[in-house]
Design a protein around this ligand. Structure first.
Ligand SMILES: Nc1ncnc2c1ncn2[C@@H]1O[C@H](COP(=O)(O)OP(=O)(O)OP(=O)(O)O)[C@@H](O)[C@H]1O
Ligand SMILES: [Mg+2]
Length: 275
């Protein structure tokens, strides 16, 4: 479980990116974090893994207050958090398999990681994950030879190879086509359900957020202005989050999208069944 209490972030520039954010994410729940540009979505995700230092508040992962950790304790806690980024952050000249195994790097000793020696269990888990994300045949390809969708699947496998207790995902589909985006979201959702992982997914696409989240949190100006079920995202709520706009077209598209969910876009059974 993840619990945020009164988390605030004011950057040195004076930007108040987060103002008193409090919520809990129970095991297995996928939270879609939405809001306009500059609302504080990335700041929130980065405060949780301490890439950004929160100015105030506490962030509990299980019994550990992440805001109080330093040095070795912080590194250990970060191993418990799987990160999936928009820009994939793969090591280009390494193979798919090596990239996935690097999810274990926090666990293997320094000399072993230097020699890139992993235990047989780590390797067989990595193979199983590549199978699940539909990339088993590509395990020996270099990362720079993959398409965007394939790279993001490697990113997912790497995060899961870490056996995390929490997944933080920052715009996983921002540079992917609609069909690939849905496959990626389905994979992440499936993994969270299967492993009872709480997850926060920062996502711009409201329809995707609705379809693949258990709960939606809407941020505006660093504050939570909506926290509820995906089907409670009415036009009024969207206006509260994003400001005035004609939402009717989006609402129409959304109901079409739901009726075809899962029926026409998964080329392989693995993708449809999640991880
Ligand atoms: N390193 C930084 N230094 C100063 N201000 C920052 C920094 N990072 C973000 N901000 C400010 O904090 C606020 C929130 O930014 P953040 O990147 O968290 O928004 P976001 O919701 O992720 O936006 P987007 O949807 O565009 O990615 C903005 O006003 C931004 O200008
Ligand atoms: Mg952002």
């Amino acid at each position: 479980m993840l619990k945020l209490e009164n988390v605030s972030k004011t950057y040195k520039t004076g930007d108040k990116a987060l103002q008193g954010i409090s919520f809990e994410v129970p095991a297995g729940q996928v939270v879609g974090l939405i809001g306009p540009s500059g609302a504080g979505k990335s700041s929130l995700i980065r405060c949780i893994n301490r890439l950004v230092e929160p100015t105030a508040g506490s962030i509990l992962l299980g019994d550990t207050d992440l805001t109080r950790l330093n040095g070795r304790n912080l590194r250990q806690a970060r191993r418990r958090i799987g990160m999936i980024f928009q820009e994939y952050a793969l090591v280009e000249r390494l193979t798919v398999m090596e990239n996935v195994l690097s999810g274990r790097l926090g666990y293997v000793s320094t000399w072993r990681s230097f020699l890139r020696r992993y235990s047989p269990e780590d390797v067989s888990q990595a193979f199983a994950l590549l199978e699940k994300v539909g990339l088993a045949d590509h395990y020996n390809k270099r990362a720079d030879a993959l398409s965007g969708g394939q790279r993001q699947r490697v990113g997912i496998a790497r995060a899961l190879e870490q056996n995390p207790e929490l997944l933080l995902v920052d715009e996983p589909t921002a540079s992917l086509d609609p069909k690939t985006s849905r496959q990626i979201m389905r994979l992440i959702r499936g993994a969270c359900q299967e492993r009872s992982l709480p997850a926060i997914i920062n996502i711009h696409d409201v329809m995707l957020a609705q379809q693949f989240s258990d709960r939606i949190i809407g941020l505006r100006n660093g504050e939570v202005v909506f926290d509820g079920a995906p089907d409670e995202l009415t036009n009024d709520v969207l206006t509260r989050i994003y400001g005035d706009e004609d939402w009717t077209q989006l609402r129409g598209e959304e109901s079409d999208g739901e009726s075809t969910d899962g029926s026409n876009d998964a080329p392989s059974v693995d993708l449809a069944e999640g991880v």
